[in-house]
Design a protein around this ligand. Structure first.
Ligand SMILES: C[S@@+](CC[C@H](N)C(=O)[O-])C[C@H]1O[C@@H](n2cnc3c(N)ncnc32)[C@H](O)[C@@H]1O
Length: 283
């Protein structure tokens, strides 16, 4: 099987499409469903009554449970907004009968240190709310005990004396559960493929690496512009991406084709390598 054919794009409702996959066949799910925050998608209506929204995602999660391998991982990226802050928490509580919440990762889109600020976010007006600069990545598993390759996305020790003192084999430590992953610089909506809710390619890359399964089968039931499949390709993994909107699937296909041309597959450079310096645009 060549690299191109290792990525599969399917158009349709993910509930129907997931049902066509084999039981226990998927290693890693990385996905960002619609947030029900009234974003402007080309066809999907991103505002339904909250109960209906939660019921829908419960149904998708139930379908994913069927196809996940016993040692599989689901990385579910969601966010609330300043005015609707409960939504991600309502969702994760709703999913409790299905999965163990093995890790809760904060995706940091922008960070202010004492004398610098890096990254970008959509500014929030008024006096009530702080700018919203992070999102959630819920790491869900069937047992809560799925082993991870923590050093695959590790960072070098700041204090090198810790390496010998604490008996580490190499200069790498666990990155922890706050992941700074800024957006790449873009100057217009077109450069974001006219899609209102993409994530940066390093987000699914880090998830796939952390799960640490060679030749993993990665699934994104809400693949949008194909970011997860681009990540799967770069990580040398197999991928299945689904989206109900043919226009987004066409964009995903174009992105994958372009990827094949520049071919970054197997580009297992240190995880921070290539991180953009300037960052604009948020989801
Ligand atoms: C937040 S976006 C995902 C964006 C993606 N992570 C990216 O980087 O491009 C959610 C996507 O879910 C799709 N979608 C909504 N309902 C769906 C359904 N029932 N089945 C499949 N896709 C659906 C929308 O068309 C939208 O592209």
């Amino acid at each position: 099987m060549d690299r191109a054919s290792r990525q599969t794009l399917l158009t349709g409702d993910c509930l129907d499409l997931i049902a066509t996959l084999e039981v226990g066949s998927v290693d890693v799910v990385v996905t960002s469903p619609p947030y029900n925050l009234d974003l402007r998608y080309s066809s999907y209506e991103d505002r339904v009554p909250e109960e209906k929204y939660l019921d829908f995602l419960f149904a998708v999660a139930t379908a994913l449970r069927r196809v996940l391998k016993p040692e599989g991982s689901i990385f579910l990226n969601v966010s609330g907004s300043s005015s609707r802050p409960w939504l991600p928490f309502e969702l994760i509580v709703r999913l409790r009968p299905l999965f163990v919440l093995q890790n809760h990762i904060s995706w940091i889109k922008s960070i202010a240190t004492p004398d610098d600020a890096v990254g970008h976010y959509k500014p929030v007006g008024g006096k009530r709310f702080l700018n919203h600069a992070h999102e959630h990545i819920f790491h869900l598993t069937l047992t809560g005990a799925v082993p991870l390759d923590r050093l695959a996305i590790g960072v070098p020790f700041k204090d090198k004396s810790n390496i010998a003192r604490r008996g580490h084999a190499r200069d790498l430590r666990c990155r922890g559960n706050t992941w700074f992953i800024p957006y790449e610089t873009v100057r217009s909506r077109t450069q974001k493929w006219n899609h209102p809710g993409t994530f940066p390619v390093n987000l699914p890359r880090w998830c796939i690496r952390l799960h640490g399964q060679p030749d993993a089968l990665v699934l994104d039931p809400f693949v949008g512009t194909g970011t997860t499949l681009v990540a799967a390709h770069r990580e040398g993994a197999r991928g299945i991406g689904m989206d109900m909107d043919p226009a987004y699937v066409a964009i995903a296909r174009e992105r994958l084709d372009a990827e094949m041309l520049t071919d970054m597959a197997g580009d297992l450079a240190p995880i921070g390598a290539g991180a953009p310096r300037n960052h604009t645009m948020t989801r």
